[in-house]
Design a protein around this ligand. Sequence first.
Ligand SMILES: Cc1cc2nc3c(=O)[nH]c(=O)nc-3n(C[C@H](O)[C@H](O)[C@H](O)COP(=O)(O)O)c2cc1C
Length: 206
Amino acid sequence: MDNLLLVNASMRGSASIGLRLADEMVTCIRHQHPHLQVTLRDLAATPLAPLSAGYATALTAFVAPHDPVFASSEALISELEGCDLLLIATPMHNFTVPAALKLWIDHVLRIHRTFIAGPEGKVGLLKDRPVYLIVSSGGYHRGARARQPDFLSAYLRHVLGTLGLQNVHFVYLEGMAVSDQARLASVTQARLELARQRWFGQLGES
Ligand SMILES: Cc1cc2nc3c(=O)[nH]c(=O)nc-3n(C[C@H](O)[C@H](O)[C@H](O)COP(=O)(O)O)c2cc1C
C-alpha cells in the first residue's frame, strides 16, 4: 500500500463527522504502511470547475485524451489511477450524492477513457482496488428506523463498478442530526464494523 486517495464531499471541513472517521482510517493504514502517500481531493474546499460546453462536445466526439479540454478530467483520473485505496467521505444530500461529488463523477467517469460502451453494456477500464465509502446522513435510510429512500448507495456502487472498481465497502453514519446519543451510537457502530476488517483493527479500541 503506497498511495491513498481521499475524496471529501462534505463542506463542513473539520466539523464533518464523516471526514473525521476517514482521517482515523487513514491513521490506521499509515500505522501499518508508514510510507503511505495520501492525496486529499477536497471537493468542497477546492471546488471543481463546472463542466464546459467544450467538454460536453468533446466527450461524444472522439477527441484525444491529451486535448486541453480534458485537462481537469485527466488530472482527477490520474489521481484515481495512482491510488491503491480510494476513500470517499460523503454526506447524503436529498437522498443522493452532493452536487460536488456528482461533478467529480462527471469528470472521472469518461467514455473511451475510464470505461467503454459495447453490446454488453459499459465496461470499466480501471484496475480494481479497495474502495471505502463513508456515508453520513442526518436521518436513517436503513432498517426499521428508515423514513427516506437511499438513492446514493446503489448509484455510487454502479458508478464505481462502471469504472472497474468492484471491491466496494460502505460505512454508514446515520442519524447524525437526530441527537448526540444517536450520533455516538452510529459512530461507535461504524468503528466496530470497520475494526473487523483488514487495516482498521485499532478503531475497535477507541
Ligand atoms: C443540502 C443538504 C441536503 C441533505 N439531505 C439529507 C437527506 O436527504 N437525508 C439525510 O438523512 N440527511 C440529509 N442532510 C443532512 C446531512 O446528510 C448530514 O448532516 C450529514 O451528517 C453531514 O455530513 P458531514 O458531518 O460529513 O458533513 C442534508 C444536508 C444538506 C446540507
